[in-house]
Design a protein around this ligand. Structure first.
Ligand SMILES: Nc1ncnc2c1ncn2[C@@H]1O[C@H](COP(=O)(O)OP(=O)(O)O)[C@@H](O)[C@H]1O
Ligand SMILES: [Mg+2]
Length: 256
């Protein structure tokens, strides 16, 4: 049984068929990629998997259990973590606060503890601080812990998002164009981070990318989406040489 399985998923926005009969199987520890031109339906697929939209048709199971119809926070707590295509951080929170807030999703103390400050609560608070700082360190942003996120560079903000997603201890991590808008130096740093996160946490990763080079280097299997339909699926070599893929990208980005 695959860790994440999607069968025959279709989604309409009004009359627009944004995703058609999408199938996916991700095994534990696998890195898969999804590429395709702008407007192909890639982000919509992430929004369907994470409960932001409910698919018009189709089945999604995580660890063998249905997640269709569950609220996004419940799907996240079942083990599906994500980052967003457009950076989605809170203006008035520090870097550490962002990651700690995501850690609270895993908290076990009840309301009584929250009101009366039990020993268990203090212990858990301390553990959360340690865990959050550990994630910041792993992503090389621990020196920004007390800074407001708005003061960070774009590349560093992307890492805060990644730390926040990891704080929920996902089994599958969905990354929506994690290198979008990055300069070459930030790009290679982010690729190294993705590799490191994959190795250290043994996570499955599902990666949306616009740059072919990134998916080619990171992913075992890649799907190409055009107008909501998968037109090609295979390993990096197959995808790179598939005329349908080259066509979809009009050749120009294939070499990027
Ligand atoms: N919330 C929405 N309501 C209506 N249409 C949407 C919505 N989200 C995306 N779309 C449309 O669905 C199509 C796929 O968009 P998207 O999934 O963002 O593509 P991609 O991420 O591949 O660039 C586009 O035509 C887009 O305009
Ligand atoms: Mg998108």
């Amino acid at each position: 049984m695959p860790l994440l399985q999607v069968k025959n998923m279709t989604h309409y926005f009004g009359g627009l068929r944004a995703v058609s009969n999408f199938d996916l199987e991700i095994e534990a520890g696998q890195i898969r990629g999804l590429i395709g031109p702008n407007g192909a339906g890639k982000t919509t697929i992430f929004n369907l998997l994470t409960g932001i939209h409910k698919p018009t048709e189709g089945a999604i199971t995580l660890d063998g259990e249905n997640v269709v119809g569950l609220r996004p926070h419940l799907i996240a707590s079942r083990g599906l973590g994500r980052t967003f295509q457009n950076i989605c951080l809170w203006r008035h929170m520090t870097v550490l606060e962002h990651v700690k807030m995501a850690c609270y999703a895993k908290l076990t103390y009840g309301l009584t503890g929250a009101f009366f400050g039990t020993a268990k609560r203090h212990r858990e608070e301390a553990q959360i601080e340690t865990k959050a700082l550990g994630l910041l360190k792993m992503l090389g942003i621990e020196h920004f812990a007390g800074d407001n996120v708005l003061n960070l560079s774009y590349g560093a903000q992307r890492r805060v998002e990644m730390a926040r997603a990891l704080a929920t201890e996902p089994k599958v991590l969905l990354l929506d164009e994690p290198t979008a808008g990055m300069n070459p130096e930030e790009l290679s740093q982010m690729m190294a981070i993705i590799r490191q996160v994959h190795q250290e946490f043994g996570l499955a990763i599902f990666l949306i990318e616009h740059r072919l080079r990134v998916v080619m280097e990171l992913c075992e299997k890649i799907q190409t989406l055009v107008f909501g339909e998968v037109i090609s699926e295979g390993g990096p070599e197959e995808i790179q040489n598939d005329p349908k893929v080259i066509d979809a990208y009009l050749g120009k980005e294939a070499v990027e």
